[in-house]
Design a protein around this ligand. Structure first.
Ligand SMILES: Cc1ncc(COP(=O)(O)O)c(C=O)c1O
Length: 373
């Protein structure tokens, strides 16, 4: 590491606490960072996790422990396989149709924001996806009423994004299953609530939020859906191959697996999924309360569909917004800039964001409003 980088880090930590509100890559818990620092020089037999064979029993044990811990925490039933894949959530936009279309020429997709629209567009390479409904016409401020959704007759699955990280829309209850499996992108809200797996065919989530660091994607898939991949499916996207090889078909990103393992163990210390849900609601409602009790801050999303994890909001004008971001940054409240597609501010409160961080943001919002409102 250059001395310049080391100096920057030392300076920040001496001056004040840093709270990272970035949407992803997101903050990691202090305990996890400390453990990583301790483990790096010698994770196994004088070597780091990045230098050993993934075929060693020590790594195989780690892989089994991660799966067991994740199964326990999320209460994943035995008829689901848990896969650890490469390529981020975006590669699942291809993997899902390639593996699950099973000769069908169509599948159902709901558009509630940037990520679900991207999944829908990617699916067009493999079939003629049916857009069940779209929130585009309401500016992605509410999830279209389920009564107005129009399903295809022949599509075997229904894909939706459980939490839209950019626009800040979230399903507070899962959509009704109808006669096809729900497939959910839970990249930004996995481990924030209990999941009723009876409704789902598959859930995927890439890691750089509640599951650790970018480079690994968790896929939880109903075993009966395996083995039907299109013959052209690249092996690296084929769920059955991952299942048969315990996700060790090729060299896995071992460091990402290891961090995932630490994250799941750390998340267990917060409690079960009900406890995670309460925590997430407590944190986000503190921020929404400030927004809703003012004319200064504004969140455009229908209250029933607001994300409990990614909270976008606007100020009266862009000049104030950039002042807000700069001043927050100088106080240690980092990465609050909204996504470039929607602008404004966005506060993400993943599990690793402590309540102190949320309180610090809320206090800053109130002070800023007093000065500029
Ligand atoms: C809901 C959602 N889906 C998909 C993605 C894309 O993930 P990745 O960058 O891992 O491909 C993101 C990224 O933030 C996301 O928030």
């Amino acid at each position: 590491m250059t001395s310049q980088k080391m100096n920057q880090k030392t300076k920040t930590s001496n001056e004040q606490k840093t709270y990272n509100f970035g949407a992803g890559p997101a903050c990691l818990p202090e305990q996890v960072l400390t453990q990583i620092r301790e483990d790096i020089p010698d994770w196994y037999d004088g070597m780091s996790i990045m230098e050993i064979s993934h075929r060693l029993p020590a790594f195989m044990d780690l892989a089994q422990t991660i799966e067991a811990d994740l199964r326990h925490l999320l209460r994943i039933p035995d008829d689901f396989a848990v896969l650890f894949m490469h390529g981020g959530a975006r590669s699942q936009f291809s993997a899902v149709p390639l593996n699950l279309l099973d000769q069908a020429q169509t599948a159902d997709y709901l558009d509630t924001g940037v990520w679900s629209e991207m999944a829908f567009n990617e699916a067009k390479k493999y079939c003629k996806p049916n857009e069940v409904a779209s929130a585009k016409s309401n500016g992605y401020t509410r999830i279209p009423d389920e009564k107005e959704w129009s399903y295809s007759e022949k599509g075997l699955y229904f894909h939706y994004t459980d939490n839209e990280t950019i626009q800040g829309l979230e399903f507070h209850t899962a959509p009704k299953r109808q006669n096809k499996w729900l497939i959910a992108d839970m990249t930004s809200n996995i481990l924030t609530k209990p999941i009723d797996f009876n409704q789902y065919g598959l859930i995927y989530a890439s890691a750089q939020k509640n599951l650790g660091i970018a480079g690994i994607t968790v896929v939880i898939v109903r075993k009966e859906l395996l083995g039907k991949a299109h013959p052209m499916t690249p092996s690296m996207l084929d769920y059955s191959i991952y299942h048969q090889s315990q996700s060790l078909f090729n060299t896995p990103p071992m460091f990402c697996w290891y961090v995932l393992g630490l994250m799941v163990k750390w998340t267990q210390t917060l409690g079960d999924c009900e406890a995670l849900k309460r925590l997430c609601e407590q944190k986000s409602s503190l921020i929404y309360d400030v927004i809703d009790s003012s004319d200064f801050y504004h969140n455009p999303v229908n209250k029933q569909h607001r994300s409990r994890i990614n909270i976008p909001f606007r100020l009266p004008n862009e000049t104030l917004e950039s002042q807000f971001i700069q001043q927050a940054h100088s106080l240690g409240l980092k990465q609050l800039k909204g996504h470039k597609i929607v602008g404004g501010i966005r506060a993400s409160v993943y599990n690793a964001m402590p309540m102190q961080g949320v309180n610090a943001l809320v206090n800053f919002m109130q002070d800023f409003q007093k000065k500029h409102g």
